[in-house]
Ligand binder design. Structure first.
Ligand code: SF4
Length: 263
């Protein structure tokens, strides 16, 4: 196996590591591997800013990956290194990922593209599509994503056979989804309201996000007190709708004053 990149840039002196794909506690219990990015926006060690979730909306304030262990310096640095590679050394990263997934430890396994972060550019998504199309048989890939328009353009017309996805609500492109037709996940304040709303509980396995019979997947909110308090009694989809409404009103007021906030 080749030495993991990057060999230059702000992470060139980071500790060497063997694998790009990792497992957190929950995913390890299910035998799932994962490629994590940092959640939402931040700054690389060289001062360059980034946004790993350009379509994040209401979710950004309620994101489990912006608190706790995800913010431990060593963990965040590893996720930022992943992101940096996919932004500034994409061809090398793609070659390394394509080689890594040929290792026997991935045979018969699922690989989740991001337990935090999202598809931040067309080029990055295109790289994953090539990797999946050329992957050995017996490996499957899945993801949650808020990149609705990117997936409509780049994935839906011709998806790789070994790839499943679930749109997740709480993003600025929620309005592009048809909730009666598109597989999607919503985060509920607790399990109680979830089934009553016609959603199937994904708690038992993360893979239910893409394998459940129902295309409406309910996720009970992470039990982090600060985030629960912020979420209140509402679902991510409801919080996003409220945000969309507020923004539309702001735009209307601005237009009435001769300003254009759309650009
Ligand atoms: S898109 Fe996902 S990782 Fe990014 S801020 Fe929202 S919930 Fe967090």
């Amino acid at each position: 196996m080749s030495t993991p990149i990057p060999s230059e840039g702000p992470f060139a002196n980071a500790p060497k590591r063997r694998w790009l794909l990792t497992q957190n506690r929950q995913l390890r219990a299910e035998g799932i591997f994962n490629f994590p990015l940092p959640a939402w926006a931040g700054r690389f060690p060289d001062g360059t800013t980034y946004n790993a979730c350009p379509e994040a909306g209401a979710c950004a304030k309620l994101c489990y990956a912006r608190v706790g262990t995800y913010r431990w310096p060593v963990v965040l640095a590893a996720h930022e290194r992943n992101l940096w590679m996919t932004k500034y050394a994409l061809a090398d990263w793609e070659a390394q990922m394509a080689e890594e997934i040929r290792h026997k430890r991935y045979l018969g396994k699922w690989i989740r593209l991001h337990d935090s972060g999202d598809f931040h550019s067309d080029a990055y998504l295109a790289a994953w599509l090539r990797i999946m199309r050329n992957a050995p048989e017996g490996i499957w890939f899945y993801c949650y994503t808020k990149s609705v328009s990117r997936f409509r353009r780049m994935v839906e017309p011709n998806p790789p056979e070994n790839f499943l996805w679930c749109y997740s609500l709480g993003g600025i492109e929620d309005h592009l989804l048809d909730l009666e037709a598109d597989r999607h996940a919503d985060v509920f304040p607790g399990v109680d309201g979830l089934e009553a709303a016609g959603y199937s509980d994904q708690t038992e396995s993360d893979l239910l996000s893409v394998l459940s019979e129902s295309h409406k997947v309910g996720i009970p909110a992470n039990r982090i007190p600060m985030l629960l308090k912020r979420q209140g009694d509402l679902r991510f989809s409801e919080l996003q709708r409220a945000l969309d409404k507020k923004l539309a009103e702001k735009r209307q007021r601005a237009a009435a004053n001769g300003l254009d906030l759309a650009s």
